[in-house]
Design a protein around this ligand. Structure first.
Ligand SMILES: [Zn+2]
Length: 54
């Protein structure tokens, strides 16, 4: 997880929370695609891709 190595504690905490948000949404909506995630979480497409591809 190279992205995590460059983060300070605050950003890392936020990143982990965002990851949990995305994972919870996918668990609750197994058929959801990336665009559904963008709409429902309010995260950018780039951010969603980073979170689900780690
Ligand atoms: Zn930071």
């Amino acid at each position: 997880m190279q992205i995590v190595d460059t983060m300070c504690a605050n950003c890392l905490k936020r990143y982990i929370e965002d990851t949990h948000t995305v994972r919870a949404f996918i668990q609750a909506n197994p058929g959801a695609n990336v665009m559904d995630l963008v709409k429902q979480t309010g995260f950018s497409l780039k951010k969603v891709n980073q979170l689900i591809n780690r």
